[in-house]
Design a protein around this ligand. Structure first.
Ligand code: PGA
Length: 261
């Protein structure tokens, strides 16, 4: 099975509505006309803030050039939960999916592993795409405990995921915390090894439907390292923070990630 390739820009708490709209409009206009006709077409996604989802939505559509993600999602679909935004609301605004378990959510907002497991089920049950992030801190890497940490995050996040929810809507992202926003990137070999470790765990738990999931790399991806990361067999795409804020830079990464470019 050919795994879907993704380039997703995570804008974090950046860009007002007019900036988000102008970016999306120009990005779509600049993509080659035949972009979607290629057999190996990459899927391009943007994850703006909740407040800019609707303006980016205008330029996005499934099976079209641009897919729309929220950066977070509630663990339930409605009720007395002040400040929360759940799957129905995201679908209502036109989002196709959500990022879940980003290390900034885990660290700054104390999102627990059990909460993340609920968010994941909630998103997948609503037929949204879910980009589930895992990644180790620098200390774990230095102590050579990185694989243990990833196994633990996978077990806690996906351990009780019903088998039928491990489907094509589940996307994984390996984002070593020491590489996020630091300018330090995992080497292609490190990324490959960790993606293999994730894939093996997924296969052991979900069989071939687990092994077939797309696994993205995130952490200081830039135009100067995107191609060599994407050239890795195990790397099915990129989750990009800082470098997705500037259109030219983001576009360069897209261009460099097209096979054979
Ligand atoms: P970065 O962020 O590309 O700025 O390192 C990646 C991420 O947080 O997803």
């Amino acid at each position: 099975m050919t795994r879907t390739q993704w380039i997703i820009g995570n804008w974090k708490q950046h860009k007002l509505r007019h900036e988000a709209e102008a970016f999306a409009k120009k990005l779509v206009a600049d993509l080659p006309d035949n972009f979607m006709d290629r057999e190996d077409a990459l899927r391009i996604g943007l994850a703006p803030s909740f407040t800019a989802l609707d303006v980016v939505r205008v330029w996005s559509r499934p099976a079209g050039p641009l897919w729309l993600f929220a950066q977070n999602i509630a663990a339930q679909d409605g009720g007395a939960f002040t400040g929360e935004i759940g799957p129905s609301m995201l679908k209502d605004v036109g989002a196709h999916g959500a990022i879940i378990g980003h290390s900034e959510r885990r660290k700054h907002f104390q999102e627990s592993t059990s909460l993340l497991a609920h968010k994941l089920k909630c998103a997948l049950r609503a037929d949204l795409l879910a980009v589930f992030c895992v990644g180790e801190e620098l200390t774990a890497r230095k102590q050579e405990k990185h694989e243990d940490v990833i196994h633990c995050q996978l077990a806690e996040g996906l351990g009780d995921l019903p088998r039928e929810l491990c489907n094509e809507r589940l996307i994984l992202a390996y984002e070593p915390v020491w590489a996020i926003g630091t300018g330090e990137t995992a080497t292609p070999e490190q990324a490959n090894t960790m993606h293999q470790c994730i894939r093996t765990w997924m296969e052991q738990h979900f069989g071939s439907r687990g092994a077939d999931r797309s696994i993205l790399y995130g952490g200081s991806v830039k135009p100067n390292n995107a191609a060599e990361l994407m050239a890795n067999l195990e790397v099915d795409g990129l989750l990009i923070g800082g470098a997705s804020l500037d259109l030219t830079t983001f576009f360069d990464i897209i261009r460099l990630s097209i096979p054979g470019s």
